[in-house]
Write a protein that binds this ligand. Structure first.
Ligand code: CMC
Length: 430
């Protein structure tokens, strides 16, 4: 498999390590036999130089600002396709034919309802629960309701579980929102498209009709496309690690949701909007820029920077355009938060500190503003991210389960604690 080797010299011994060629992007050095041969581990907290798996789903070139799904650039998918088409692409490796698309859309749409008993689960939560807390709980509980699709060794069950999650996630997310504002749950409508159905479940009420603006539905769909997958990020790695033990896919996706919740990951769009509110006016921007640069201040500009993109996040470009479309449709011209966002973007892009470190606005910077304009409260932002990312998690989980070389994930450590201590009874400890 490997034509090239790397040599590692430790003391007087030299070890040959196979190098595997990537289709595009950095090749990898296989250190799998290192411990056996050298009795040493490698050390890479945060996985900055470590490929945790082999994958053929998503490719990112952070320096060039490139994001490809199965080889297709994200801007082409967002511009010309729709979310369910991207789901098909991520799951099956190629874009569907017209016939495959019709069949796939219909099959997913068939699963939008939740088991009726699940409504009781929602009502067990406090009304003021963060909707992400509800998401973690309810998605984890899917395995209690759909045990006929938890046998991971059965490809048919894996497929049904995948369709169920893609289809039910909008219903769960919308109901988490409805519950938090004290409105009745709105059931899915299978005559609507994926994004329109979601908007309907969020904003319709039984007392009056809700008209879905096609441009807003398109924007929602585009937000889903832009968030569908992002290679081996923290939540996806969490899903893979959870799945590597053989856990069922619903439980694995619930683990991914828990990870996504953090402000350094999916919680960033909520944090970005909170930050814009905190800044409050354009004239206070320099103060916050100074704080972001101050190493003694933990404050960071939320919505700026990315572990992988050290150039412009390609998703941010499309999101910026979508933001303006949405604000145009809704007639929002003088939004003070948007003014702050635009000015902050301008200042940060010209600032040496940010330029030197490759800190550009990321997708969360714009998605927060767009979601606010669409009518979502900030605590729903990460929920929408988890809805969209579900397909990525599932595609990555499925790829892992179908890999014949798959083993349980078990990182090692550099142990620096006490080497050995003998137990001392409590009355003898001083
Ligand atoms: N504001 C100010 N300084 C920053 C920021 C920021 N947002 N992000 C990074 N830096 C500085 C950091 O202090 C460091 O400076 P120095 O080299 O002088 O020590 C340098 O830039 C490199 O930072 P890092 O912490 O090594 O970068 P990282 O790759 O570990 O962190 C990050 C990536 C996204 C966690 C970080 O940029 C951050 O906290 N950003 C704000 C949160 C955010 O917007 N997150 C969303 C990420 S995109 C959504 C997703 O894909 O999940």
């Amino acid at each position: 498999m490997s034509e090239k080797n790397a040599s590692l010299t430790i003391g007087n011994d030299t070890y040959e390590l196979p190098i595997y060629e990537a289709a595009v992007g950095p090749d990898v050095i296989d250190i799998g036999a290192l411990y056996k041969n050298t009795n040493m581990f490698t050390f890479d907290p945060g996985f900055t130089s470590t490929a945790s798996c082999e994958s053929a789903i998503t490719y990112i070139d952070g320096d060039q600002g490139v994001l490809l799904h199965r080889g297709y650039p994200i801007d082409e998918l967002a511009e010309h396709g729709d979310f369910l088409e991207t789901c098909y692409l991520l799951l099956y490796g190629s874009l569907p034919t017209a016939e495959q698309k019709t069949k796939f859309d219909a099959q997913v749409t068939n699963h939008t309802m939740l088991h009726d008993q699940m409504t009781k689960l929602f009502t067990g939560f406090r009304r003021d629960a963060h909707p992400m807390a509800i998401m973690v709980g309810v998605v984890g509980a899917l395995s209690a309701f759909y045990h006929d699709s938890t046998d991971i060794a059965d490809p048919q069950q894996r497929m049904i579980a995948s369709y169920r999650m893609i289809a039910k996630m909008p219903t769960i997310a919308a109901w988490a929102y409805k519950y938090s504002i004290g409105q009745p749950f709105v059931y899915p409508r299978n005559d609507l498209g994926y994004a329109s159905n979601f908007l309907h479940m969020c904003f319709a009420v039984p007392a009056e009709d809700y008209d879905i603006d096609p441009i807003l539905a398109r924007a929602m769909d585009r937000i889903f496309v832009l968030h569908a997958d992002h290679e081996q990020n923290a939540s996806t790695s969490t899903v893979r690690l959870a799945g590597s033990s053989g856990a069922n896919p619903f439980a694995c996706v619930a683990a991914g949701i828990a990870c996504l919740w953090g402000p350094a990951h999916g919680g960033a769009n909520e944090a970005a909007l909170n930050m814009l509110n905190e800044i409050g006016s354009v004239d206070r921007i320099p103060e916050f820029i100074d704080r972001a640069k101050d190493k003694d201040d933990p404050f960071r500009l939320m919505g700026f920077g990315h572990r992988v993109y050290k150039n412009y996040d390609p998703r941010a470009k499309i999101m910026q355009k979508t933001t303006h479309e949405v604000l145009g449709v809704l007639g929002i011209k003088d939004d003070p938060i948007l003014d702050i966002a635009m000015e902050l973007e301008k200042i940060a892009l010209e600032d040496e500190y940010f330029k030197k470190r490759g800190l550009y606005p990321n997708i969360d910077f714009y998605s927060g503003i767009t979601l606010k304009a669409l009518g979502f409260p900030t605590d729903m932002f990460t929920v929408l991210f988890s809805l969209a990312r579900t397909v990525g998690w599932i595609a990555q989980w499925k790829e892992m389960i179908e890999d014949p070389q798959q083993r349980i994930g078990r990182p090692r450590q550099l142990y620096r604690g006490e080497s050995h201590r003998s137990y001392v009874p409590v009355d003898k400890r001083g």
